[in-house]
Design a protein. Sequence first.
Length: 255
Amino acid sequence: MKIDGKVAMVTGGASGLGRATVEKLVQRGASAVIVDLPNSEAEQVAKGLGDTVVFAPADVTSAEDITRAVEMAVETFDGLHILVNCAGIGWAGRVVNKQGDPLPLEQFETVVKVNLIGTFNVCRLAVRQMLQQAPEGEERGVVVNTASIAAFDGQIGQSAYSASKGGVVGLTLPLARDLAGSFIRVCTIAPGTFDTPMLAMLPQELRDKLASDIPHPRRLGDPSEYAALAAHIVENPMLNGEVIRLDGALRMPPK
């Protein structure tokens, strides 16, 4: 799908992978709706990118919020062609800690709700709009979801995060098959360790250790590299139903 002239919606678009993706798509000529929490910096980000970007405050797990965000895309830019799901959270915790306390069920539920259920919620409502639009050649829409290499190489303490991202991986092929007859493609990117706000909170010593574990290039990934892959997926019509690791050949150790 040609990006120029299309309308994109990016969840988690106020920072990190999502912000870089918004910037890349707008640079390529798309209009964009940034979907993020009301207390995020999305309003400032949108204003900084010009009139072709708007902010839709929303919780990805809310049907009402995401319906409004899709409506904003249609009312402001007259359609929706590209969806990139970058919103997500990650909490670490052993199943049972050293004191013998089990991981709070609410913590597991919250991570799965945001990362997996939130992804599906946005997909179903964005796709509903895409289905109402006429295809352009063999393309009607493209969905790019975000998993993690933790879906495959989950570390100690990542049970909730890995399970949620494994669910996103598992969604990829069924969604692609489901929507193939409607000319909508679905792919998933599974990033490794990227230099995002989540990692920015870690001590520099730990950040350096994470970078040194990556075979090549031996550094944290830059969000622009995620954005470049997302844009390529949109533009390459043969990419469908695929989960792509973006990790510099990293295979995470147990801890």
